[in-house]
Design a binder for this molecule. Structure first.
Ligand code: ARG
Length: 463
C-alpha cells in the first residue's frame, strides 16, 4: 500500500481497511482526466508564479510520460495505490523526483476528484449524444421509406386507428430527440470548473481559477468552494437522462418483441441480431431487444443508488461520495452498448408491409371514420358513434370487416350512407385525411420529415 497521507499516523492501516477504503479498482478509468486536470493545474501555477517555468515543464513532461505509458500498456495501474490520484502523483515523483511533490500545491483530492468526474461525465455525455444521433439517422431512414406503409395504431394494445410505420417510428424519433436535448441542457449546466475549491474552503495561493477553467474547456469556474467539492448533481442528472434513454429503448424493444412474435409477424429480425434455442430448432429469439429491456433495471438502479447515497450528506466532501463512480460507470457502459446494439438491430430489421397493412384492415380501425362520414352528412357525432358501433357488432357476428358490408346493410342502420362510404373508409383515405401537424397523413408526415432532416443536418451538442 502506498498512500499520500502518512505524516500524522503512527500505525499502518489495517489491510482490510485499506482495501475497503481504496477506489483504484474503479477510479483508474479516470486516469486521462486526472492527468489532463493536473496539467492544467500546473500551467496555472506557473502562470501565477507559484511554480517556475522549469518546474512546470518538468512536471508536464512527467505527466505526459505517464499518460503515454498507461495508454501503451507499458505502465499498469495497480492496486498498490489507494486511488488514481495517488497513483499518478506517486508515479510522477518516481519519474521526476522532488519537483513532482509540487504538483499538489493549492489543490486537494476533493477538488481534484470533482474535476476528474466532471471531465469524464462531460466526455461521456458527448459520446451518448453521438450514439443517439446515429440512432436518429436510422429512424429517419426508416420513416422516409415507410410514409405509406399502413399499420394499426394501438391504444391499450387494442387496434385503434390506422397509422403508418413512419408515424409510429416518428414517435420514437421525438423521444430520442428529447433525450439529446436533456443531454445538451445538463452539459451546459455542469460545464463549470471546480478546481481551486481545495478541500472545501479554497486556498491561500493566488490561483487563477478562470484560467484553469478556460484551459479545460469550461464556461468558467464554480462559485462556491464547498458546493464545488460536494456537488454530484450533474452525475444524478446524467443518470436520469440515461435512465430515460433506457426507458425509451425498452419501450421500443418491447414493441419489436411483440411485432416479431408469431402472432404479429410485423417484422423479421436479422439473423445477426437474433439467437436460437438449444432445444427448439424453430426458434429465432429477440434476445437483444429483451436484454435492452432487461438492462434498463440496472440503469434505474444506479440513479436510485446515487440519489440515496447523496441524501442527507452534510457539507462538504464526505467519503460516501466515492460511491458515485461504480454505478455511473456501469450505467454508461450499459446504455452505450444498448444504444449501439439497438441501432444495429433496428437498422437491419425487415418490416413486413403486407402483414402490417392486413392487420390494420381487419381490426375495425376505420370505425371512427364511419362515424365521421355520418357527421359529414349532418348526423350528430354521438348518434354517428352509436350507429358505427352497431355496424361493428354486426361485422363481429358475421366475421367480416366494415369494408365488406353491402350498401343495403349500411342503409339498414342509417339511410344517410351512400356509395362513397367505401372510399371514405378505405385505409388510404383514413390515413390520408389525418392532416393535422403531427398526424400520419402523407402531407403532414412529409412536413415533419423535412423538419427532421434539417435537425439532422447538424450533429453538434448545442443544436
Ligand atoms: N477516492 C476519492 C473519491 O473518489 C477521492 C477523494 C478523496 N478525498 C479524501 N478526502 N479522502 O471520492
Amino acid at each position: 500500500m502506498a498512500q499520500l497521507w502518512g505524516g500524522r499516523f503512527t500505525k499502518e492501516t489495517d489491510q482490510m481497511v485499506y482495501e475497503f477504503n481504496a477506489s483504484i479498482q474503479f477510479d483508474q478509468r479516470l486516469y486521462r482526466q486526472d492527468i489532463e486536470g493536473s496539467m492544467a493545474h500546473v500551467r496555472m501555477l506557473a502562470k501565477q508564479q507559484i511554480l517556475t517555468e522549469e518546474e512546470r515543464d518538468q512536471i508536464l513532461e512527467g505527466l505526459a510520460g505517464i499518460l503515454a505509458d498507461v495508454e501503451s500498456g507499458a505502465l499498469a495501474i495497480t492496486s498498490e495505490y489507494e486511488d488514481i490520484h495517488s497513483f499518478v502523483e506517486a508515479n510522477l515523483i518516481g519519474r521526476i523526483g522532488e519537483v513532482g511533490k509540487k504538483l499538489h500545491t493549492g489543490r486537494s483530492r476533493n477538488d481534484q476528484v470533482a474535476l476528474d468526474m466532471r471531465l469524464y461525465v462531460r466526455a461521456e455525455v458527448e459520446d451518448t449524444d453521438r450514439l443517439l444521433f446515429a440512432l436518429l439517422r436510422v429512424l429517419q431512414r426508416i420513416m422516409e421509406e415507410h410514409v405509406d406503409t399502413f399499420m394499426p395504431g394501438f391504444t391499450h394494445l387494442q387496434k385503434a386507428q390506422p397509422v403508418t410505420l413512419a408515424h409510429h417510428v416518428g414517435a420514437y424519433f421525438e423521444m430520442f430527440k428529447r433525450d439529446r436535448s436533456r443531454l445538451h441542457d445538463l452539459r451546459e449546466r455542469m460545464n463549470y470548473c471546480p478546481l481551486g475549491a481545495g478541500a472545501l474552503a479554497g486556498t491561500t495561493y493566488p490561483l487563477d481559477r478562470d484560467y484553469t477553467a478556460r484551459l479545460l474547456g469550461f464556461a468558467g469556474p464554480t462559485l462556491n468552494s464547498m458546493d464545488s467539492v460536494s456537488d454530484r448533481d450533474y452525475v444524478i442528472e446524467y443518470l436520469s437522462a440515461l435512465a430515460t434513454i433506457m426507458m425509451h429503448l425498452s419501450r421500443f424493444s418491447e414493441e419489436i418483441i411483440i411485432w416479431n412474435s408469431n402472432e404479429y409477424r410485423f417484422v423479421e429480425l436479422d439473423d445477426g441480431y437474433s439467437t436460437g434455442s438449444s432445444i427448439m430448432p424453430q426458434k429465432k429469439n429477440p434476445d437483444i431487444a429483451e436484454l435492452v429491456r432487461g438492462k434498463t433495471g440496472r440503469v434505474y438502479g444506479a440513479l436510485m443508488g446515487l440519489l440515496t447515497t447523496m441524501k442527507g450528506l452534510p457539507l462538504a466532501y464526505n467519503k460516501d461520495m466515492q460511491e458515485d463512480k461504480e454505478g455511473v460507470f456501469d450505467a454508461i457502459d450499459t446504455t452505450k452498448s444498448c444504444l449501439a446494439l439497438f441501432t444495429g438491430m433496428v437498422d437491419t430489421l425487415t418490416f413486413r408491409r403486407d402483414v402490417m397493412e392486413a392487420s390494420a384492415k381487419n381490426g375495425f380501425t376505420n370505425a371512427t371514420d364511419v362515424a365521421d362520414y355520418l357527421v359529414g352528412r349532418g348526423i350528430p357525432f354521438r348518434d354517428a358513434h352509436s350507429i358505427s358501433g352497431r355496424l361493428v357488432l354486426k361485422c363481429i357476428a358475421e366475421d367480416k370487416a366494415l369494408d365488406d358490408l353491402t350498401l343495403e346493410e349500411y342503409r339498414a342502420e342509417c339511410p344517410a350512407f351512400e356509395e362513397d362510404i367505401y372510399e371514405a373508409i378505405s385505409m388510404k383515405t383514413c390515413v390520408e385525411r389525418r392532416l393535422t401537424l403531427g398526424a400520419p397523413g402523407e402531407a403532414a408526415m412529409r412536413e415533419v420529415l423535412a423538419k427532421n432532416r434539417a435537425y439532422l443536418e447538424c450533429i453538434g451538442i448545442n443544436t
